[in-house]
Ligand binder design. Sequence first.
Ligand code: FES
Ligand code: FE2
Length: 452
Amino acid sequence: MYAYDKPYVVNPEASHESLEAKRPLLDNGLDSPHPERYYSPEFMKLEWRKLWPTVWLLAGVTSDIKEEGDYTVFDVGHESIVLVRQKAGDIRAFHNVCPHRGNKIALNDSGSVDRFTCAFHAWQFCLDGKLECITDEESFHPSVIAHRPGLSEVRCDSIGGLIFVNLDGKAPPLKEWIGLPAGYLENYEVDKMNVVRHVRTEWHGNWKVGVDAFYETYHLPHIHPQTQGVMEDYSQYDLYPNGFSRMIVPICTKSHRIEDQDTVSPDLMYMMQEAGMDPSAYQGTARGVRAAVQQAKRARAERLGLTHYEKFEDGQLTDSWATGLFPNVQIGMHPEGVFIMRFLPHPTEPERFYYDNITMFRHVDDKDYFVPGWMGLPKDTDITGATRPAIENYDINQRADLGPVLNQDVELVSAVQRASKSSGFKGPLWGEQEVRVRHFHRELDRVLGIKK
Ligand code: FES
Ligand SMILES: [Fe+2]
C-alpha cells in the first residue's frame, strides 16, 4: 500500500543517521501551479533573470580534466563557460569569450592546451585567464588595453568529483547550497569514474517537463511496463533543503504488482550474474535475489579492495539512488557508476530543451567485474577511461536511440508539453508519489520570487 499519509519506505530498519533513512515529510502545501510556466516566454525570461545566474549549475566532472591545461566547455543558454585544470591542480572557470572582439577562445567541447590562443586575431591567454600577449600590440592606443584585458572569471567549485559554476557569483558557498548531507555525494567517489558515454538530444518540451518526468516512478508500470520484472515502482521519496531530493528505486526485485514473487526470471538471473554470482547455484526465490546480489557485491568489493563500499548501505549496492540537484540535474547513483541527466533550457524557445545523458563508470581491472546492463553501453565502448568520448549530438529533427525506456519518455514528454497549453488542462495534480516534483516547483517559485 502507498497511502498519502503513509509513504513507502525501502528499509524500515534503517537507523536514523543512515543516509538510507526516510526523511521526515515536508509541508509544501497542495497548490497546483499555472501551466504557463511550461510554455510562456515571459516565464522563461524570468528564469534567465532570476534562476540560471543565481544557482550553482553542474558544469562538468573532474575526471574530464585530469591534467594541467585540460579544459571542458559548458554551454547554458547564451553563456559558454570553459573549465580549466590549473598548474597547481585546482580548477578555474572563465567565460568562453575573447575580450578583444568576443570570439570563443575554446572552439571545441574539450581539449588540452598550454595557453588559449584566440582563433580570430591570435591574442593569447594563460591558463589562469591572464592576458599573455596582444598581436601587434603597438597598433592599439595604450589606453584601450591599459587594463591588460584577460578572460573574465566565473565562480567555480567542486564536490565529490562534480564541478559547479555560479554565474552571478552571489550564491551561498557550494557546500552550504548543496542540500544533501555530508558524504552523500562524496561516498560514490565520482572523481574515480570516467565518462564513457555522453549523448545530447533535443526534445520537444520545456526543461521542467523533462525534470518532472524523471522525478517519479509512479509512471513506470504504465509507460515502461518492461521494468516490472526487475524493479519496484514504489520508490522512497525524500526531500532535502534547497529543492534537493532523492528517490530510492529498489532494483533486483519484482514490482509488487507482479503476482508471482517466487519464480526467478531470466532478467533476475542476469543481474545475479552481473554481480559475479552463479545463478544456477542460487537456491532461493525471486524475493531473496536483491539481498543475495547485495552480499555478492560486498564480497566482490572486499576481494578487489574497493574499500569505499564500506560506506555504502546494503541497499545502495543494488538500488538506484536517483538524486535531484536543484534545479536541472538528476543523478542515478550506483557504486559501479553514475548516470547523470542534465536538463538544459533552449536559449530562446521555452518549449524545447536539451537532455544530456552522461554515463560514468569506475573501471576495475578484473575479468569477473562487468559493466552493469542498465548503463546500456554500445558494445565497443571504451570503459577504461583512456579516451573521453565525444558528445553524440542529436538535434530536434534527429531521433536518437536512447534505449527502449528513454525512447518511451521522449514520446511522453512531447505529449505532456502540448497538453500544457490546452484550455482543458488546469495544472498538475500531484500525488504523494510526486512529492519531489512539488518540492522542485516550490523551490523554483521561491527562487523566482513567486508568492503563494
Ligand atoms: S576576437 Fe579574439 S583575438 Fe580578436
Ligand atoms: Fe520514464
